[in-house]
Write a protein that binds this ligand. Structure first.
Ligand code: GBH
Length: 462
């Protein structure tokens, strides 16, 4: 039976510049922190880099035709800042602007709505070298200048903007765990970086609203969050799950929807958590027209056992563990994806409800959801039943959330095609389209065909 979604629900798929483009030294592009990071031995599996990747830089027309064939209504992609400003500041690079103009025009010619993310982790290396990148407050106006160029150049045709993709990952993985560029492993840097990211988001929105109002588009931020289920019904475990969510999503969403960091973070971090001025709070509050959410997985949360604290705190939630003091674990019944992430569709529904309640019924878009499956050959990719079922089950929970009153407006499958999976290189495949990295041939998987039907019927058949 077909389970319908609301009218005007937006169906799309997503990618990111460094993960698909390649052409890293072409078109006047400057280096990014990911080009540099990939050169450090041991940082990326197999020594892989984004140098060629899916070669989208040369194949975007073919890719957009494929999107059309799949029936996508919207395509979310990110801009490579160092294609637009090769060293991060100053005049726009005409070739970079032309490249993205071609993509935007081609999408529109095929009836596909462009959703642009300004920043999906590939900071110009020049900014890292000259002023310490996200660690320094002076990045805020610099990001604003970059955003202004993008609005001026593309805003006549692009009506959906996302400032930052998953600032949690930039802060925690890039500065807390050191597994993403620029690769710092520090206890305090993530809070400083997060602060500068949040304010950079806010300044871009301010510029858009003040200078591009006539373009009549919408702008917001995309945050990521994994769901937390209390291990037991005890008050301590329920508090631990809630605390974990506030340290994860509240950290980035509270400043924007409530005007400040969660109280629990202030209590536990004291002076280590930077403070917003009154002006900054005003700039932040209400600075997102919609709630962009990337969601992948769920874990159990509990109050740590004092005797085994040190040991349990290392696992799980990527850094900040001592600060949160939450023990994370897996239900042994859960099946995991190739990333080792638990497949827990109900977690998606619960997270949507949590957001709906905490942030007063925002319009939500799931801007990423998907899974990695081990696909050694084309044959296995063409039968990616696990991925199809993952989408089906997560989408079914989205539908239940909508029925429960959550204002979910759209869904973007991660990812359009297999691509450079950051520190995992090309070994982890998230695509609904198979990419053969030798021939660069694209082949839609079973999940892509299934997703096309979902879009066409605006519903899932269960
Ligand atoms: C996204 O991040 C990125 O936006 C995208 O570029 C990337 O390709 C895609 O996901 C796939 O990785 O270790 O069990 O505690 C994902 C954010 C944050 C989701 C950490 C999983 C850890 C799960 N991830 N989270 S666990």
């Amino acid at each position: 039976m077909n389970q319908p979604f609301p009218e005007h629900f937006v169906w799309g798929s997503a990618t990111a510049s460094y993960q698909i483009e390649g052409g890293t030294t072409e078109g006047g592009r400057g280096a990014s922190i990911w080009d540099t990071f990939c050169q450090i031995p041991g940082k990326v599996a197999g020594g892989d880099t984004g140098d060629v990747s899916c070669d989208h830089f040369h194949r975007f027309e073919e890719d957009i035709k494929m999107m059309k064939e799949l029936g996508l209504q919207a395509y979310r992609f990110s801009l490579s800042w160092s294609r637009i400003q090769p060293d991060g500041t100053g005049e726009a690079n005409a070739e970079g602007i032309t490249f993205y103009n071609k993509i935007i025009d081609c999408l529109l010619a095929h009836g596909i709505e462009p959703w642009i993310t300004l920043y999906h982790w590939d900071l110009p290396q020049g900014l890292e070298d000259r002023m310490g990148g996200w660690l320094d407050k002076s990045i805020i106006p610099i990001f604003g200048d970059y955003a202004r160029i993008c609005f001026e150049q593309f805003g006549d045709r692009v009506k959906n903007w996302i400032t930052l993709n998953e600032p949690w990952c930039s802060a925690v993985l890039g500065y807390g765990l050191g597994v993403h560029a620029p690769g710092y492993a520090d206890a305090d840097m993530p809070y400083v970086v997060a602060h500068n990211l949040i304010l950079s988001h806010a300044i871009a929105v301010k510029i858009y609203r003040e200078e591009s109002a006539h373009q009549q588009g919408r702008i917001g931020i995309t945050n990521n969050c994994d769901w937390r289920i209390p291990l037991t019904d005890s008050e301590a475990d329920r508090a631990a799950a809630q605390r974990s969510l506030e340290f994860f999503l509240g950290w980035f969403a509270d400043p924007i929807w409530k005007g400040d960091y969660p109280a629990v973070m202030r209590e536990r971090l004291g002076d280590r958590l930077p403070v917003f001025s009154a002006d900054e709070r005003e700039m932040l509050l209400g600075s997102s027209d919609f709630f962009g959410l990337n969601h992948y997985t769920t874990m159990l949360a509990s109050e740590p056992d004092p005797d085994t604290k040190a040991e349990v705190n290392i696992a799980g939630n990527g850094g900040m563990a001592e600060d949160q003091d939450v023990h994370l674990s897996n239900d042994p019944d859960w099946v995991q994806t190739q990333m080792g992430w638990n497949i827990v569709p109900e977690g998606c529904r619960e997270l949507l409800k949590w957001i709906d309640e905490r942030y007063d019924q925002p319009e939500i878009y799931i801007t990423e959801n998907g899974c990695a499956v081990d696909e050694p050959d084309l044959e296995s990719a063409l039968h990616d039943v696990t991925r199809r079922d993952f989408f089906k089950d997560y989408l079914n929970e989205c539908r239940h959330a909508i029925t429960a009153g959550v204002d979910l407006r759209g869904y973007f499958a991660w990812s359009l095609m297999d691509n450079f999976e950051w520190s995992w290189g090309y070994e982890r495949r998230f695509g609904i389209v198979r990419v053969d990295y030798e021939t660069l041939e694209r082949t839609p998987k079973l999940s892509a065909k299934w997703f096309s039907e979902v879009i066409e019927t605006n519903g899932i058949s269960m």
